[in-house]
Structures are given as structure tokens and as C-alpha cells.
Design a protein around this ligand. Structure first.
Ligand code: TRH
Length: 371
């Protein structure tokens, strides 16, 4: 469907921490605009979090980013209102939605998980206790009967066009020679890495560890003798640590495409790692009640399908160890040995996912269905 059913879409986003909430909402906003041509307003409590990720190209043209402050006053209420991650719409917005001749479609976008219960909850409705409004729960997902994954039009084609030359040019812009194994590292703190860093430095394989500035730098600083300024690199034996600045989302994708493997985290970089079609490890965002461990187990079950027992065991052991804070050089070696099979698997997975539902398109169809 995706026709022009909606003229104005509002998204409300509160940044809990880090970049994922903002990053997902930005992608969603762009893609909703691209697919529906609706004007999209993204209300966000920390617009500065978005600034570094946006590239100011036409993709952002149809998206208006507005600060969501404590003194929020509703403007023209959208005909589709998306509440990101149960952030709680302002009372004044709810009143304005209820006062509209025809109530807007109200969708709560949930966090991504592979767990079985997701399909059962996707699409459920919850009437507001006192206002004539109904909130609909929309769950992204990897499987059928969920809301799918964000994937902008042309993404896989762009990734496929990122050939050896583009890869070499990518590294040259950082003053780097191409010829070595490249690993991007965008995880949460990883103090357990000291053993690996020493082994990489003393190893035979030339390895480039490309690390965007962020939380994991706290764990590297001890080994590197401090945080390397963004844009600089230093060699430690066979290991070359390249410190990168925080770049736009599009540039971050190119980093993922340029690497042989990627260590990602949270929600959005996790999805992008799938589209990058390289072996990857996912550092799950730790939740208070340890709910992330169930998410991780469900991901292992889902992603592990189709891998041979040996490959799966090596990958899963590495993934579990990273998330348990116990990743060692032995995990690295066992996992590293299977990258060719894991790369093939990643390509198959991406193709299968791309044949399924795309989140923005699914959300528009879903909203049209309940309008
Ligand atoms: O930053 P994250 O850890 O974000 C989140 C938040 O913690 C959130 O509260 C939590 O709910 C969620 O994880 C599960 O990781 P994530 O989701 O990968 O978001 C990072 C975003 O930053 C993503 O959109 C990619 C983007 N990015 C850039 O644009 N440039 C960069 O250089 C890098 C490294 C990332």
C-alpha cells in the first residue's frame, strides 16, 4: 500500500541514553517520509544527539526535527502519531489528539527482539483509560508476523556496489593502507579485551581495530596509554588501533562495509550489521532485570539456524562470552576460523530478511489498516 493516506506524521522520542533511540527514530522518520511523502515531524528531547548522525542531504529534507521541551505545546496534530519506545506522549498532545475531529492513528514503536512472544503482541491495541484514543503496539522483528526491520530503499544495492576499490578509498580517507584484517568495534565497555589486545599485538596477523569514539574507549585506554585522538592511529606490534570520530549514520555504514567483521551493540547498529553482511558479534544493551539475556538467547536460536554445529558453537561461544564479559583470545581464534562460513551465512540472512517485511512500509500499512 504505502499510498498517501497520511499527510503529517509525528514521532515522539525521548533519549534514554546513548544513541539508539535517536538513531532509530531518525531512520524511521526519513523512511516514512520517503515512502509516504508525508511531512514528518520528529519531536526529540535531545536534538543534539541527532546532529552528529544527520548528513543534511535530501534524505533529511522532509523531516523536521523539533525540540521536545518541558513546555511542549501541540501544534498541528499529525494524522499518524508514533510514540517511540513507550516514551509517554505529553498530556497536552493526548488532549489535542482526542479533540481532533477524527482521532489520529496512535502507534507505540517497541524495541527490537527475536523472542517468540513478540509476534503475539505485535499489533495489539490498548484503549486510553479516559480519552477516546487507542494505542497500537508495533513490534519490529526478524520473523514473519512482526513489523520487520528498517531498511531504506536501495540499501543492499549500495552495499553491493561497495567493492574492493570503494573499500580501499574508504581506508585511504583515514590515511590507512587497505591490506590487513579490519575489525570495527562499537560496543559497550569491554574491560576483558586486554588479553586479546596483547595477543593481537604479539600475533602474526596484521589487524586493524577501528574504534569510533565512545564508551568502549575506556577499556582500550589502559592498553593504548590513553585515548587516541579521533582520526589518529597507533601500532602495537601487529595490532593497529585506529581511533575514529563519531560520523554520520551513512558513514558508519561504510565503516561496517569496509571491515571484515563488526562488533556492534544496542539496536540500530545491530540491525545495520545484518545489512553489512559480515560476521559480527552483538553486545546487547544490559537491562536491569537481565532481560537482555533472554534476547541474546533468542537471537542465538534464530541466527544460528543454518550454521553447522561446529560453526555455530564457535560463534555462539564468542557471542555469549562477549556479553558475559569473559571474551578471550581463545574465543576470538575459534570464531575467526569460521569467518568464511559466517560471511556466507550473513549474506544469506540479509537476502532472506530483505525479501521480508520492511519496518516503515509495514508501519504505514498497519496504520492504514487501523485508521
Ligand atoms: O547507542 P546505542 O547503545 O543505543 C541504544 C540506547 O542505549 C538505547 O537506550 C537502548 O534502548 C538501545 O541501544 C537498545 O546503540 P545503537 O542502537 O546501535 O545506536 C547507535 C546509533 O549511532 C546508530 O543509529 C548508529 C549511530 N552511529 C553513527 O551515526 N555514527 C557513528 O560513528 C557510530 C559509531 C554510530
Amino acid at each position: 500500500m504505502n499510498g498517501k493516506l497520511f499527510n503529517h506524521i509525528e514521532i515522539f522520542c525521548k533519549v534514554v541514553d546513548n544513541f539508539g533511540d535517536a538513531g532509530v527514530c531518525l531512520r524511521l522518520a526519513r523512511e516514512l517520509h520517503r515512502r509516504s511523502q508525508a511531512a514528518v515531524t520528529l519531536w526529540i528531547d535531545q536534538p543534539q544527539t541527532l546532529a552528529a548522525m544527520m548528513d543534511g542531504t535530501a534524505a533529511d529534507a522532509g523531516v523536521q526535527v523539533r525540540p521536545w521541551t518541558a513546555t511542549f505545546v501541540p501544534e498541528t496534530v499529525g494524522d499518524l502519531v508514533i510514540e517511540a519506545f513507550a516514551c509517554g506522549l505529553p498530556g497536552a498532545q493526548l488532549q489535542a489528539m482526542a479533540a481532533r475531529g477524527r482521532a489520529p492513528v496512535w502507534v507505540n514503536l517497541e524495541y527490537l527482539s527475536c523472542e517468540d512472544w513478540v509476534a503475539g503482541c505485535h499489533g495489539r491495541a490498548s484503549p486510553h483509560p479516559s480519552l477516546p484514543l487507542t494505542c497500537h503496539f508495533f513490534f519490529p522483528g526478524f520473523t514473519e508476523n512482526t513489523g520487520g526491520l528498517l531498511r531504506e530503499a536501495g540499501l543492499l544495492e549500495a552495499q553491493a556496489a561497495f567493492t574492493q576499490d570503494a573499500r580501499a578509498r574508504y581506508w585511504q580517507q583515514w590515511g590507512e593502507e587497505e591490506a590487513c584484517v579490519s575489525v570495527s568495534l562499537f560496543s559497550y565497555e569491554a574491560p576483558f579485551l586486554q588479553d586479546c589486545l596483547r595477543a593481537w599485538a604479539g600475533g602474526e596477523e596484521r589487524l586493524r581495530l577501528a574504534v569510533p569514539q565512545g564508551r568502549v574507549w575506556a577499556s582500550l585506554a589502559r592498553f593504548c596509554g590513553g585515548v587516541l585522538p579521533a582520526g589518529t592511529a597507533r601500532d602495537f606490534g601487529a595490532l593497529r588501533v585506529l581511533s575514529l570520530p563519531f560520523v554520520t549514520q551513512a558513514e558508519y555504514d561504510r565503516l561496517l562495509w569496509a571491515c571484515d567483521t563488526n562488533i556492534v551493540r544496542g539496536e540500530d547498529s545491530w540491525v545495520r550489521a545484518h545489512w553489512a553482511q559480515r560476521p559480527f558479534l552483538w553486545h546487547a544493551y544490559v537491562q536491569e532485570d537481565q532481560a537482555h539475556l533472554a534476547k541474546l538467547a533468542a537471537f542465538h536460536d534464530w541466527y544460528g539456524k543454518g550454521l553447522t554445529a561446529k560453526v555455530r558453537a564457535a560463534w555462539q561461544a564468542a557471542s555469549s562470552a562477549w556479553n558475559a564479559g569473559a571474551f578471550s583470545f581463545a574465543h576470538w581464534q575459534a570464531w575467526r576460523a569460521h569467518w568464511p562460513q559466517l560471511r556466507e551465512h550473513a549474506q544469506q540472512r540479509a537476502r532472506a530478511l530483505a525479501a521480508g517485511a520492511e519496518l516503515a512500509s509495514c508501519l504505514l500499512d498497519f496504520a492504514a489498516g487501523v485508521a
